[in-house]
Design a binder for this molecule. Structure first.
Ligand SMILES: Cc1cc2nc3c(=O)[nH]c(=O)nc-3n(C[C@H](O)[C@H](O)[C@H](O)COP(=O)(O)OP(=O)(O)OC[C@H]3O[C@@H](n4cnc5c(N)ncnc54)[C@H](O)[C@@H]3O)c2cc1C
Length: 393
């Protein structure tokens, strides 16, 4: 495998960098974390700008409004947008990174035509209705029920931890269509969030904003035409969704983390302890250097996974290695930042002229990293069984 970039890829990088330098200063100020309508408008507005400039869906087919480029160019896009400080994917996360790719792989032609271009234009926001109070790691035990009534499914039950539910237009929803069967009794549906019979209750997180919600279904009717895959074949479709969510969904976070390590090194040079700075402490320097080396290795592994995904169309189980390693590395990074900051880590406000608030916020947020998109224990089970070929425990 060749990890170097071609001339065409270098040219793509140059053009994108120039466009970002012009586009980013025109953006409005970032909205407050709990102002969800404003967050939606900001994130989808940026998505529209990307689309109009030809930078939305870098590796999506042209017929759906994408650029039809390679995954390597997608990687360059993520590197450049993150390094330039472009807005995070935000509320477009589910649509762009795992629901859209799932519809592309498993949806009908009509579903592709209807949803994919709108996702790329920032006109459709999606959420993921998989987890339930009694079904997270053991997702196949989900019980949210869908009963067929003519051309519709009638849905009753509850989902939880549904990120972006309060601003989503659609939900990728897993429902139980056969109570007599576990994995083979699940169906994957496209559920419009304005369907009567859906109630959303926001959950406030330790970061202070409501990042996810509980979603209740009470006789909500969804057309059978909204089914992706066959009835009772939703577990297989969900595995496709997960392979995208865990496989390519974290790449922009990796680039962002790389930047945070440099920022932490800069911060350590400013934090003073008695007459020295934190950077003068050899143990701190060693830890930062070690994190950077680990990130470099992770980045090389990500490129390798992407090269494999490019060949097979769908990322493989190796993405679990990146997911578990990255999420735990991020927690170590933010823990180290708290030690560097010392007393300044006690407030979410910037203290003493230091950019400390963002590190404190990331430390709080990082708690969720080893849980979201499958816990570290579950990723280790996947690695053990599907990569190392160990027997099921
Ligand atoms: C920030 C965030 C955003 C999220 N967004 C969404 C979303 O948009 N949509 C959605 O559907 N879900 C979402 N989730 C939910 C997430 O997918 C689940 O929290 C996760 O899968 C774990 O499920 P659980 O919370 O039910 O924990 P449980 O499954 O109850 O697990 C509890 C503990 O037991 C361990 N455990 C369970 N089974 C095993 C096993 N077989 N072997 C070893 N250890 C085990 C787990 O690792 C964990 O430590 C989100 C979660 C977070 C934190």
């Amino acid at each position: 495998m060749d990890l170097r970039y071609t001339e065409a890829e270098q040219q793509f990088r140059k053009e994108l960098r120039e466009w970002l330098a012009e586009a980013l200063p025109t953006l409005p100020p970032k909205p407050a974390p709990d102002d969800w309508p404003a967050r939606r408008a900001y994130d989808t507005g940026w998505q529209r700008m990307l689309h109009d400039a030809g930078y939305a869906g870098i590796n999506w087919p042209k017929e759906y409004g994408g650029r039809g480029a390679t995954l390597t160019e997608q990687l360059i896009y993520l590197e450049e947008t993150t390094l330039a400080g472009a807005p995070y994917i935000g509320v477009n996360f589910v649509g762009l990174l795992h629901c859209g790719p799932t519809i592309m792989a498993e949806g009908t032609d009509e579903q592709k035509r209807e949803h994919l271009p709108r996702i790329l234009r920032g006109e459709e926001v999606w959420c993921q209705g998989f987890s339930e109070p009694g079904a997270g790691s053991d997702l196949a035990s989900l019980s949210c029920r869908a009963v067929r009534d003519g051309d519709e499914y009638v849905i009753t039950g509850q989902k939880i931890w549904t990120s972006f539910a309060q601003v989503a237009d659609y939900c990728e929803l897993l429902v139980r269509t056969d109570p007599g069967s576990k994995h083979r009794g699940i169906t994957w549906l496209i559920c419009p969030m304005d369907t009567p019979g859906i109630e959303i209750r926001e959950i406030r997180t330790i970061v202070g904003s409501s990042e996810f919600s509980e979603v209740f279904f009470d006789g909500a009717r969804v057309p059978v035409a909204n089914r992706v895959g066959e009835e009772n074949d939703g577990w297989r479709v969900a595995m496709v969704t997960f392979s995208f969510e865990r496989g390519t969904g974290f790449i922009s976070d990796l680039v962002e983390t790389n930047r945070m390590i440099s920022e932490l090194a800069a911060l350590a040079r400013k934090v003073t302890r008695r007459s020295a700075t934190a950077w003068d402490d050899v143990a701190i320097r060693r830890e930062i250097g070690h994190l950077q080396a680990e990130m470099d290795a992770l980045w090389a592994m990500t490129k390798r996974n992407l090269a494999q995904a490019e060949r097979h169309g769908i990322p493989g189980p190796a993405s679990s290695v990146v997911k578990v390693y990255y999420s735990e590395l991020f927690q170590r990074l933010t823990d180290l930042a708290m030690r560097v900051l010392d007393r300044a880590s006690l407030s979410r406000d910037d203290l003493g002229g230091l950019p400390s608030g963002v590190f404190v916020e990331e430390r709080l947020r990082s708690t969720s990293f080893t849980i979201a998109a499958g816990t570290s224990q579950i990723q280790r089970n996947i690695i053990a069984e599907r990569i190392l070929g160990l027997p099921k425990g």
